[in-house]
Design a protein around this ligand. Structure first.
Ligand code: GRF
Length: 200
């Protein structure tokens, strides 16, 4: 399967997914990386020899124009799957219309708990003892799409946001690679709220 990855940050999830796709027999490969700002993720893509380009909101008249530009830029690479790996923008209606049902996102909390851009901070501030990682299909909401996989991560008394996020990312990297491979091989059957990857 052809994957386009969307990223905005340090790109550690992208790096992990790129490494996973190098394994013999992995059923998907990253054909392009799209970022919305200058970020380490773009450099990791270049280091891995993956075509990468930026579609920045500030380069477009408004969010609607950005949404269309992003949709067209990604569509040019004819992805079977779009993977959001730390992409810090809400995908617009044009994008969801075009790729809905084929967009995966990794989120550093056990959705529906702690949606949004400060999930790790919010979980720590709330005082939960267990948080975790979620991989889900993206719909038009904010981290609200059907859940495909989750794994718990304990919160330690001496955790700060950085240590907790790093421990969560370790899980996200593995979970994302597993789900991408499963979806690439067996697809996703979703009836509205629930989405299921058919078993072997
Ligand atoms: C990940 O925890 C992802 O779930 C969240 O942002 C982080 C991205 O990390 N949306 P990186 O930029 O891949 O290191």
């Amino acid at each position: 399967a052809r994957i386009v990855v969307l990223a905005s940050g340090t790109g550690s999830l992208l790096q992990a997914l790129a490494a996973a796709t190098q394994a013999d027999g992995y059923p998907a490969n990253i054909v392009a990386v799209v970022v919305d700002r200058d970020c380490a993720a773009a450099e990791h893509a270049a280091d891995a020899g993956i075509p990468n380009f930026s579609v920045a909101l500030r380069d477009h008249a408004d969010r609607g124009a950005w949404d269309i530009a992003l949709t067209e830029a990604v569509a040019a690479h004819e992805p079977d799957l779009v993977v959001s790996a730390g992409f810090m923008k809400i995908l617009g209606p044009a994008f969801i219309e075009r790729f809905g049902g084929r967009i995966l996102n990794a989120h550093p909390a056990l959705l529906p708990a702690f949606p949004g851009a400060r999930a790790v901070h919010d979980a720590l501030a709330y005082g939960v003892r267990v948080t975790g990682a979620t991989v889900h299909l993206v719909d038009s909401g904010i981290d609200t799409g059907p859940i495909l996989a989750q794994e718990p991560v304990e919160v330690r008394a001496d955790d700060d946001e950085a240590t907790l996020h790093e421990r969560i990312k370790t899980v996200e990297r593995r979970l994302l690679a597993e789900v991408v491979a499963a979806v690439a091989l067996r697809g996703v059957v979703s009836d509205g709220r629930k989405a299921v990857i058919p078993s072997e």
